[in-house]
Write a protein that binds this ligand. Structure first.
Ligand code: NAD
Length: 473
């Protein structure tokens, strides 16, 4: 069973000795608490990590059993897909259809990594009399820490490669979205050996405690740049390997030959899916001055027709922000830009209903140095900026410390690809954004990340090399 089902250790409660009080989870569509989750304290965390260490030797020693267990885990997740999706929508806010696709992606990723096997290879340099072989070894218990925007999908991007590599995992969701992950931990505990995967829920500083726990061998973190820096600093002090997947401020460059009738809706949803709370959402659009008004209108037209509501309602296309802090950031960014001359072509205000709703907003005439352009708005707001020549657009797209993704939108795909290759980021798309293959390396440049996740690279990132030199007779 996941640790949330364990009882608090006996003894007096206190900040350093046991669990805290359970904490409430709020439905962002109503602003009302609807559930509680356990607060894992230091003593319980010690016990969880000890179990992860104890489970490691058996788990790492049988690749065939591991592969079968991961496939069984995918099946088990699918049997509760509806429950996971509903819980995810209730705690995160996203429309049910998006929650369902998050669950199916989770299962697909578990199956993908169940089938991946690290390659043993010869690494001799031609000298006679010795065989040099590279093998891959697991590293031990891994701490996996994820944010609130894609709790299940990001959990799977951590646990699937780590478990496939033979590591055991302690997984910590955000305190804002602990419930679907807790259910997942419960369900997977039925198919994985005890201690191989444990979900711990709790308020911070649980994240820092887990990341720096002496029993942990490696940390894989997804979240903001600011928290990522703290995780990296702590890992550096402990000489502990760390993978960071951090924020983004992806630019979409629209070319003058773009077909807006065909691509306008897709460009819009590349920015507004999950209410804009996507690390690699389109967060800025650069449009050719000659077609600026058309691009703005194509986006605004979409925004005006969007069905806003509770994600549990099947008709809903755009749910609320996840939490009041994020709503406040979005509101502040828009208000500051508007105070400096930006104009909302549509939106620019909260939605008058309970919960954390903000109207889908398209901004024109935005000062390029306003926060809604230079920082990560992480909400349903899109600034559109004009450019005169392509060099200017590429320079503006790259003028950021973020480097996660980017996209180019046009009809001549060779021309679009030549522009895409100039973008400083980890993944670029033509006429698309944020579609990832399970088999691709996923890595941001600059402040957007450290290390490579995804595909075989994700597997090798969870392994350490062991070279065996053996005399040949
Ligand atoms: P956050 O950095 O505030 O929190 C992320 C997680 O870290 C949470 O589980 C939190 O409890 C935990 N945490 C907090 N302090 C910690 C510490 N000192 N040590 C260890 N863990 C700690 O991020 P958020 O606001 O939950 O998520 C939004 C951010 O995540 C955005 O910046 C977004 O771009 C980014 N993100 C990146 C990717 C990616 O793949 N690059 C994917 C999704 C989200």
């Amino acid at each position: 069973m996941g640790t949330h089902d364990l009882q608090a250790p006996a003894g007096p409660k206190g900040p350093d000795s046991s669990e805290g009080e359970p904490f409430t989870v709020v439905n962002p569509a109503t602003g009302e608490p609807f559930a509680e989750a356990a607060d894992c304290g230091p003593a319980e965390l010690d016990a969880v990590v000890a179990r992860a260490r104890a489970a490691w030797p058996a788990w790492r020693s049988d690749p065939a059993a591991r592969s079968a267990a991961l496939s069984a885990a995918a099946d088990a997740a699918e049997t509760v897909a509806d429950d996971l999706a509903v819980l995810l929508t209730r705690e995160q806010g996203k429309p049910l259809a998006e929650a369902r696709s998050e669950v199916s992606r989770l299962a697909a990723r578990l199956r993908y990594f169940a089938a991946l096997v690290p390659r043993t290879r010869d690494v001799g340099d031609g000298r006679a009399g010795v065989r040099s072989q590279l093998r891959w070894q697991s590293v031990g218990p891994v701490a996996a820490i994820v944010p609130w925007n894609f709790p299940l999908q990001l959990a799977s991007s951590k646990i699937a490669p780590a478990l496939a590599a033979g590591n055991t995992v302690v997984l910590k969701p955000s305190p804002l979205t602990p419930l679907a992950t807790r259910l997942l931990g419960n369900v997977l505990s039925g198919v994985l050996p005890p201690g191989v995967l444990t979900v711990v829920t709790g308020r911070d500083p649980l994240g820092a405690r887990l990341a720096t726990h002496p029993g942990i061998r490696q940390v894989t973190f997804t979240g903001s740049v600011a928290t990522g820096r703290l995780v990296a600093e702590a890992a550096a002090a402990q000489l502990r390997p760390v993978t960071l997947e951090l924020g983004g401020n992806d630019a979409a460059i629209v070319l003058d030959d773009v077909d807006l009738d065909a691509l306008g809706p897709r460009l819009f949803w590349s920015a507004f899916r999950n209410c804009g709370q996507v690390c690699m959402a389109v967060k800025r659009v650069y449009a050719p001055a000659g077609r600026y008004a058309e691009v703005v209108e194509a986006l605004a037209e979409q925004a005006r027709s969007v069905v806003i509501g509770d994600g549990l309602d099947e008709a809903t296309q755009l749910g609320p922000l996840n939490n009041p802090q994020q709503l406040g950031i979005v509101e502040r960014f828009v208000d500051e830009a508007v105070a400096r001359g930006a104009k909302p072509a549509v939106g620019g205000h909260r939605v008058d209903r309970p919960g954390y709703f903000y109207a889908p907003t398209v901004l024109t005439d935005v000062p390029p140095d306003s926060a809604v352009v230079t920082e990560e708005q992480f909400g349903p707001v899109l600034p559109v900026l004009p450019y005169d020549d392509l060099d200017e657009a590429v320079a503006a797209a790259n003028a950021t410390e973020y480097g996660l993704g980017g996209s180019v939108w046009g009809t001549d795909l060779d021309r679009a690809e030549a522009v895409a290759e100039r973008l400083e980021c980890g993944t670029v798309w033509l006429n698309h954004h944020a579609e990832l293959s399970l088999a691709q390396p996923f890595a941001g440049t600059k402040d957007s990340g450290l290390g490579v996740a995804g595909g075989p690279w994700g597997l090798y990132g969870n392994l350490r090399p062991l070279v065996v030199h053996r005399p040949e007779r």
